[in-house]
Design a binder for this molecule. Structure first.
Ligand code: MSP
Length: 646
């Protein structure tokens, strides 16, 4: 029997809403899991949120919420996002879950009792944003490489994990298991780090400095360091130590992370496991960054892309395809909307979509919707053998997917699609249809093309499950049945003879970049794009009913950033009490983004959404505007966001 498959994403900090970077990792994890389902393997996928630590306390304070309320709210944003992108984890863990806390406490106690946790005074360079100590070597020009700030010197007594004791063991393990960390460049990075003596890891924070954490079972003046807590999620979710799930899945564990958290996963985690007497994980899969104009997409740089906007604009499958096709797993990739549109138009609309409608169009024209019976002796060798090519495509696809080389898996499928398009050109069914004696050949050609489309629909399943099901339905197969099993996909023929098929549809309409990337003025429009007339005459009188159709609300600006390539526009994240929205306002010439954050503003909440420079704006801020000045209307006293204005 094939071994089960356990796959995890990092658990994401709740100090920021989910963005495209988190989305990529989670989709890649879902794709790998679906691919293993195609092999008929039992799988378990885990994701969740990392909720303790200083970062979260600071973010909660900024939002005027308690850490608990704040963590509840942001964690729900992550949990609710994944199903919208067709990702269905088996478990969503939160580090504030009591089961998780109990496992962390148990492991701390175990390692402490073994003598691998000790108490000592320490003076070191601490980066508050990373929540960890740095050594000289790790700094860049004396500054934290991730946050660009010099660390602060801190002197305090703390508990330390004797990580140094496991240095040689880790080096040996990485040598004995050359594919434990993949791609190889990251294994090498960890090994090169291990060339220097490994320092012990400070694993506590005094409660005088931080309370939002798990109390150490052997000293209640301290909470545990957030990474010591977080990493343990991978086994607490499996109900370590006694859970059946732990026994079944842990030996087949795959952690997917980006390179930012290589060190905790490549060094802290295996040594922690070793010290706790637990076998180490099987594989660590490390990918690169999504960059925007050469900088890592991240909340702190304010250049994040909203996955919900992408899904609404381009469809879930298109986004999943773009992310998996565009990034070479392990390397950085550059994000831009024109590159999504390009991929959709060329790969999805042109190559796949055209082939699908072309083949189904001919099939309906020549066979009136009834599948011609498969004839194994029919002459179909028109320089291209779709059946043999399907086999080799499935093999190339599998080899790539096993290795997390999603882009390669997809390009193997797209090579097959282009062979099929060529097959249509070579066989020219429209010519065969003209000759009576070619009826058998015409049937064989169309039947081969239908089978080829079926293979394509099966192979795209892990990346584009909705498109796969739509194609299957139009090919006369029941999408509820396990059509995605690799073994089934490879069989030829599979479509029932004489099945009657529904008419084809357009899978991916072409996108006109103009409609998405340029300002639209339908719907809400940009009020500030209109030239303001100085002291315009008062408009016609209205009744109270007319006024009450306008829904004005007190709102708070949570975040503001410039809209790239639009010098007038600011993108604002607005709190309306029970939800948040994005609003685009044409006030960038008058306000710096940071001037607006925290302001209690007045918002027209029931304005129809409008798209401005590709960003969907839901509502409008009120402001006094004239040509060279603008003043946003703010409330004289702080009111809870969402309060109606009368
Ligand atoms: N909480 C820790 C992880 C603990 S796991 C035991 C953490 N959280 S995080 O919210 O900062 O998430 C980091 C992860 O988000 C990255 O490793 C990656 O999976 C994803 N990404 C965040 N930004 C990204 C890019 N710009 N590009 C690609 N992935 C990115 O670290």
């Amino acid at each position: 029997m094939t071994a089960p498959f356990y796959i995890t994403t990092p658990i994401y900090y709740v100090n920021a809403s989910p963005h495209l970077g988190h989305t990529y990792t989670t989709i890649a994890t879902d794709v790998a899991r679906r691919y293993h389902n195609m092999k008929g393997v039992e799988t378990f996928m885990l994701t969740g949120t990392d909720e303790h630590g200083d970062k979260i306390v600071k973010a909660a304070e900024k939002n005027e919420q308690s850490p608990r309320e704040y963590a509840d709210r942001i964690s729900a944003l992550f949990r609710d996002l994944w199903p919208q992108l067709n990702i269905r984890p088996d478990h969503f863990i939160r580090t504030t879950d009591s089961d998780h806390i109990a496992v962390v406490v148990g492991i701390l106690r175990k390692i402490y009792d073994n003598g691998d946790i000790y108490y000592s005074e320490y003076e070191g360079m601490y980066c508050y944003d990373c929540e960890r100590f740095f050594n000289e070597r790790e700094l860049m020009d004396g500054k934290c490489p991730d946050h660009g700030k010099p660390p602060e010197i801190i002197r305090e007594s703390n508990y330390f994990f004797r990580m140094s004791r496991y240095q040689q063991w880790l080096i040996d393990t990485l040598h004995d298991n050359p594919d434990m960390i993949r791609p190889e460049r990251y294994r090498n990075e960890v090994l090169s780090f291990l060339k220097e003596p490994l320092e012990d890891l400070c694993i506590s924070r005094p409660k005088s400095r931080l309370q939002w954490g798990i109390t150490l079972p052997f000293d209640d003046r301290y909470v545990t360091y957030v990474w010591f807590d977080a990493l343990i999620n991978y086994i607490s979710a499996l109900e370590y130590p006694d859970g059946e799930k732990f026994r079944k899945f842990w030996p087949h564990s795959h952690h997917v992370v980006a390179k930012d958290i290589l060190k905790p996963h490549g060094i802290y985690w295996p040594t922690m496991l070793r010290a706790a007497g637990i076998d180490t994980y099987k594989h660590l899969l490390v990918h690169g960054y999504w960059n925007v104009e050469d900088s890592k997409m991240s909340k702190s740089l304010g250049n994040v892309v909203d996955p919900v906007y992408l899904k609404q604009t381009y469809s879930t499958d298109a986004i999943r395809y773009f992310l998996m096709r565009e990034m070479v797993f392990g390397l950085d990739s550059s994000f831009s909307e024109p590159s999504i549109i390009n991929r959709i138009n060329s790969d999805l609309a042109n190559d796949l979509g055209n082939l699908f409608s072309r083949v189904l169009g001919m099939f309906h024209k020549y066979f009136k919707g009834t599948v011609p019976p498969f004839d194994p002796d029919a002459e179909t060798d028109f320089q291209l053998d779709l059946k043999a090519d399907a086999r080799s495509t499935a093999a190339a696809f599998s080899a790539a997917m096993e290795n997390f080389e999603f882009h390669k898996g997809l390009s193997a499928v797209w090579e097959y699609i282009s062979k099929m398009n060529k097959y249509v050109d070579i066989t020219a069914p429209w010519e065969l249809a003209k000759k009576k004696e070619a009826a058998g050949q015409l049937a064989a050609v169309i039947r081969n093309l239908l089978e080829g489309l079926r293979v394509v629909s099966g192979l795209i399943y892990p990346v584009m499950p909705e498109t796969a099901a739509t194609m299957q339905k139009h090919l006369g197969l029941d999408p509820e049945k396990p059509f995605y099993l690799l073994e089934e996909i490879k069989k030829w023929p599979k479509i029932p003879d004489n099945a009657s098929l529904p008419k084809g549809i357009s899978l991916f309409p072409r996108i006109d970049p103009e409609t998405i990337l340029r300002t639209e003025t339908t719907g809400g429009g940009d009020p500030f794009g209109i030239e303001a007339v100085s002291v315009p005459p008062i408009k016609e009188q209205i009744g109270f009913d007319d006024f009450s159709a306008i829904d004005l609300r007190a709102a708070k600006v949570i975040h503001a950033e410039k809209v790239p390539k639009a010098d007038k526009l600011l993108k604002l994240e607005i709190d309306l009490g029970d939800h948040r929205r994005t609003v685009v306002a044409g006030i960038a010439k008058f306000y710096k983004p940071e001037e607006l954050v925290g302001k209690s503003v007045v918002m027209l909440a029931n304005l129809k959404p409008a798209r401005l420079m590709g960003v969907e704006s839901k509502g409008m801020l009120l402001a006094a505007v004239e040509k060279s000045a603008c003043s946003v209307a703010v409330l004289d006293r702080d009111m809870p966001p969402g309060t109606p204005l009368m």
